[in-house]
Design a protein around this ligand. Structure first.
Ligand SMILES: [Zn+2]
Length: 274
């Protein structure tokens, strides 16, 4: 089944550029909310309230990844360097590293070569990750992405050019963390909590989009209100089918696999034997 999906994706891989190249300002509401809750976490003196605000900021980061930054990587290399640097600070990881990770995802569509696959090999057998292990073990995906010399279909972009942009983004993160440490230990620790939980929620969201069930590799959540609020992020099957369309061009497809809960919540209702 993985082979079938990968072949389908590869056939269309040359056409992944989003045709509408306007900067997705509207979708920037999510990184803005991430910033607001992160500042709130810093400003309150109550440790519990501070933790609650930073976890909410983490949820906003996960939506930023799946909505705003996701739209940005599909516009490929159009944005100037300062935008990629700002994106890096909001993500807590190099923006072009996320680009490599996401192009790999579109090339292998949850197959075993996908860094974010919800499957892995155990005793020579394809095995489903549990939602918990998958969510909190997201750093494993990062190390896989860093080690793979040919992470995605070359039609999607020049891997050498993209990887060359990662180094200054890593340096930026290093100096940004130094700055936070000068501001205060609390701010420094809160930023690490934000980044770790933000990417953990993002992984959980990905698990809901690609639950490890043979018959439903890519899932759509069709609720109209949800898709209005998340800029059609629920239409994930449709996005994989036509990745060159921007969020506003996506439309529900009768053929798509559907789930009953938003992607971030779906893993809580997921049974592996279905
Ligand atoms: Zn995508």
């Amino acid at each position: 089944m993985d082979k079938k999906v990968s072949k389908g994706m590869n056939k269309k891989a040359g056409k992944t550029k989003i045709e509408n190249k306007n900067f997705p300002w509207k979708l920037g509401i999510y990184p803005l909310l991430e910033l607001v809750f992160f500042i709130a976490a810093n400003m309150v003196d109550n440790p519990l309230l501070s933790l609650i605000f930073v976890v909410i900021a983490g949820v906003m980061l996960s939506f930023s990844i799946h909505i705003f930054f996701h739209e940005c990587v599909h516009v490929r290399e159009e944005f100037p360097m300062p935008i990629n640097i700002i994106n890096t600070i909001f993500l807590g990881l190099p923006f072009d590293g996320y680009r490599v990770h996401h192009y790999n995802h579109h090339t292998y569509a949850n197959g075993l070569k996908d860094f974010s696959s919800t499957w892995y090999i155990k005793n020579s057998k394809k095995t489903a990750f549990s939602a918990c292990r998958y969510t909190f073990g997201w750093l494993q995906q990062l190390s896989k992405a860093m080690q793979e010399p040919k992470p995605f279909n070359e039609k999607l972009g020049d891997v050498a050019v993209i990887k060359a942009r990662i180094y200054p983004q890593k340096l930026t993160l290093f100096f940004f963390c130094l700055l936070l440490a000068f501001i205060g230990l609390k701010t420094f620790i809160l930023y690490f909590i934000l980044v770790y939980f933000g990417w953990a929620f993002s992984s959980l969201h990905n698990y809901g989009q690609h639950p490890p069930i043979q018959k439903e590799l890519i899932c759509t959540y069709e609720n109209k209100l949800y898709n209005r609020v998340t800029f059609n992020n629920g239409l994930h099957w449709e996005h994989h089918d036509k990745p060159w369309l921007s969020w506003e061009q996506l439309e529900i497809d009768k053929k798509s696999s559907r789930i009953n809960h938003p992607h971030l919540i779906q893993p809580c209702f997921f049974t592996r034997n279905t």
